[in-house]
Design a binder for this molecule. Structure first.
Ligand code: NAD
Length: 256
């Protein structure tokens, strides 16, 4: 039974929230930043690529923040900076991740696997811990949304390193959700199937065999656009009685 007296009375309303998006300079992160800006929230575009973060923030009317999510000292400093500049953090979107390293089980090097684990799991943990500590200390009834992948639940040959890291992100989501509920902090995940970011679109042009192969696995018949993913993140950030879920945005791929 949760002691409800320890939970702050109400969360900050949409339109008045301070939202920190990691990997905000990337394909999906940029769309997520735009979606929160569209409802009137203040958005901090955080990314290890400082130039890309600055360019994205300036184009969207957001604030840029250079941070490597795998560096605990840099993460702590970044969180302090955001709170000093904006007063609090209401929403953390753990979107930063590496998708580029793949390999079959019998071939992948341990160092490549370690890289994925460092960014996708440890980085997500480090950001979550730092922001959760801050929200709890400040009495902020916040929300955290992790960007997972349905690959964590449905394997594709050659993608297991990435996919197992996303299974861990789903587990981390439930871990954080159960422990932070007493502070009124909700933690959820959005798990997309393949998303046509500029990078993916360039690597898999319309009509290419690779695009067709993915589309054939998706009952709704097409890969996701970034605009299919971002609204799910905004929804979970404001869904006051939902915590610990990983919401598939996959055109039904998990059904097949
Ligand atoms: P992307 O490569 O376009 O963007 C990722 C961003 O994260 C980049 O801007 C990169 O600089 C940043 N980043 C990487 N390492 C970082 C670090 N250590 N610290 C801070 N920032 C770092 O990729 P995307 O397709 O937009 O992916 C975003 C998220 O969505 C990832 O977590 C990815 O796993 C997930 N996802 C993507 C797809 C897809 O098909 N594109 C599908 C499912 C899930």
């Amino acid at each position: 039974m949760t002691d409800s007296t320890s939970i702050p009375a109400s969360p900050t309303a949409p339109g008045d929230r301070v939202v920190l998006v990691t990997g905000g300079a990337g394909g999906i992160g940029r769309a997520i930043a735009e979606a929160f800006l569209a409802v009137g929230d203040r958005v901090i575009v955080a990314d290890v690529d400082a130039d890309a973060a600055a360019a994205t923030a300036s184009a969207l009317g957001a604030t840029a923040l250079a941070v490597d999510i795998t560096d605990p000292a840099a993460v702590a400093a970044a969180v302090d900076q955001v709170v000093a500049d904006h007063g609090r953090i209401d929403v953390l979107v753990n979107n930063a991740g590496i998708l580029s390293v793949h390999g079959m089980l019998t071939e992948l090097s341990p160092s490549d696997y370690e890289l994925i684990v460092r960014v996708n799991i440890l980085g997500t943990f480090t950001m979550t811990q730092a922001v959760a500590r801050r929200m709890t200390a400040d009495g902020v009834r916040g929300a955290i949304v992790n960007i997972s992948s349905i690959g964590g639940r449905q394997p594709t040959p050659g993608m297991g390193a990435y996919e197992s890291s996303k299974a861990a992100v789903d587990s981390l989501t439930r871990w954080a959700a159960i422990e932070l509920a007493a502070s009124g902090i909700r933690v959820n995940a959005v798990a997309p199937g393949p998303v046509l970011t500029p990078m993916l679109r360039a690597g898999m042009p319309e009509g290419s065999p690779a695009r067709e192969a993915w589309a054939s696995r998706i009952p709704l018949g097409r890969l996701a656009e970034v605009e299919d993913v971002a609204p799910a993140v905004v929804f979970l950030a404001g869904a006051e009685h939902i915590t610990g879920v990983s919401l598939a945005v996959d055109g039904g791929q998990l059904l097949a």
